[in-house]
Design a protein around this ligand. Structure first.
Ligand code: HSE
Length: 364
């Protein structure tokens, strides 16, 4: 396999090093605006040199962002090249188009590294969804916010210091608001739910609350109740569609989720017959994420084609049947409320109009 590598940031540079040790996976060219003296193959700022090279059969996109990643991915597929990406934003946003293009061109499109960093989640979910009817998917899917919450809970770090540390360690997205506002988790939820339920969800349809309003006093209050905050994504099959949300969740301190620390992710599927299965591991960082990119290369080299599924029926998000307990801080007062997820997010939107620092969390 001859690879054209687009991007040489955290994921790209680690993939380059991993590929050096993998017979059969040869990086032939790297797209980079800057000189890369550590790279022994062609380094170019001209993507056309990679996309028009008939010797390059596979493009690994590790640039992130929507544009020009989308244009480069589609051009590569049109040129008959397989595409492997860690870019959840581009796959989530152009889901139907990219699946259709993979089908039309007969190439492989894989993004296992896009959800769960180094965890083989999408491949495991695909395996489960082929043999069983999926009931729900959920998990801690953002390493940056989990790292930050761990630092805030265990070391009493401030929100700003914890974020700065996560950025220095290369965990955060280029725009870290995608992490702390929950958008990165929501994209990972879309990719997971789409695969689990054979649907195509719109990212914007899923209510999403991040961790920006969690304050040290909240951490102390919930700790006294034997609880801890985790940012979690959840989706389940309902009678009339799919229920889904991203929100801070209060989990009991003795649970597995509560003890997923630092950049750890945990992803759980529930199937009608196989029951509950959880996948736990490193959810961010160069080596784990690049390992999943490399695993995708090996799968393509072994003959995998297309996307993981062809099923992508457009589907609405319906949260009016999903009942549960929710926790709020509004104007300095804490309270619990039993209601549907739809009502919970509506209440929070009203709270935010009067108190921009208001907090909401799901109680597990
Ligand atoms: N910013 C992402 C995270 C990177 O922190 O989870 C891995 O997808």
């Amino acid at each position: 396999m001859n690879v054209g590598l687009l991007g040489f940031g955290t994921v790209g540079s680690h993939f380059y090093l991993l590929a050096q040790q993998q017979p059969g996976v040869k990086v032939k060219a790297v797209l980079s605006r800057r000189p890369r003296p550590e790279v022994s193959c062609l380094v170019t700022a001209d993507v056309a040199r990679i996309l028009s090279d008939p010797d390059i059969d596979t493009v690994v996109e590790a640039m992130g962002g929507l544009h020009p990643a989308y244009e480069y991915i589609t051009a590569a597929m049109e040129a008959g090249k397989h595409v492997i990406t860690a870019n959840k934003q581009v796959v989530c946003t152009y889901y139907n188009e990219l699946l259709a293009l993979a089908e039309k061109t007969g190439v492989a499109l894989r993004c296992t590294a896009a959800v769960g960093g180094g965890i083989p989640w999408l491949t495991s979910l695909r395996r489960a969804a082929r043999m069983d009817k999926m009931v729900s998917v959920e998990g801690i899917v953002n390493g940056t916010t989990n790292f930050m919450l761990s630092a805030m809970v265990r070391r009493g770090a401030s929100f700003a210091d914890a974020l700065h540390e996560a950025q220095l360690l290369g965990y955060a997205e280029a725009d870290p608001s995608a992490d702390v506002e929950g958008y990165d988790a929501r994209r990972k939820l879309v990719l997971s739910a789409n695969l689990a339920f054979g649907v195509s969800l719109m990212e914007e349809d899923i209510p999403c609350v991040g961790i920006t309003n969690i304050q040290p006093r909240d951490v102390a209050v919930v700790r006294d109740k034997g609880l801890t905050f985790k940012l979690m994504a959840y989706a389940c099959r309902e009678a009339r569609g799919i229920s889904a949300y991203v929100a801070p969740v209060l989990v009991q301190q003795h649970t597995t989720e509560a003890n997923v620390e630092d950049t750890g992710n945990i992803l759980t599927l529930v199937g009608e017959h196989i029951g509950r299965q959880s996948f736990l591991g490193a959810g961010a960082g160069g080596w784990p994420t690049a390992s999943n990119v490399l695993a995708d290369c090996l799968a393509v080299a072994a003959g995998e084609r297309g996307y993981y599924t062809r099923d992508c029926t457009p589907c609405f998000v319906k949260n009016e049947l999903l009942d549960g307990q929710w926790f709020y801080r509004f104007k300095g007062e804490y309270y619990f409320r039993q209601c549907t997820a739809e009502a919970a997010f509506s209440t929070y939107a009203v709270h935010l109009m009067e108190d921009p620092e208001a907090l909401m969390a799901k109680v597990r």
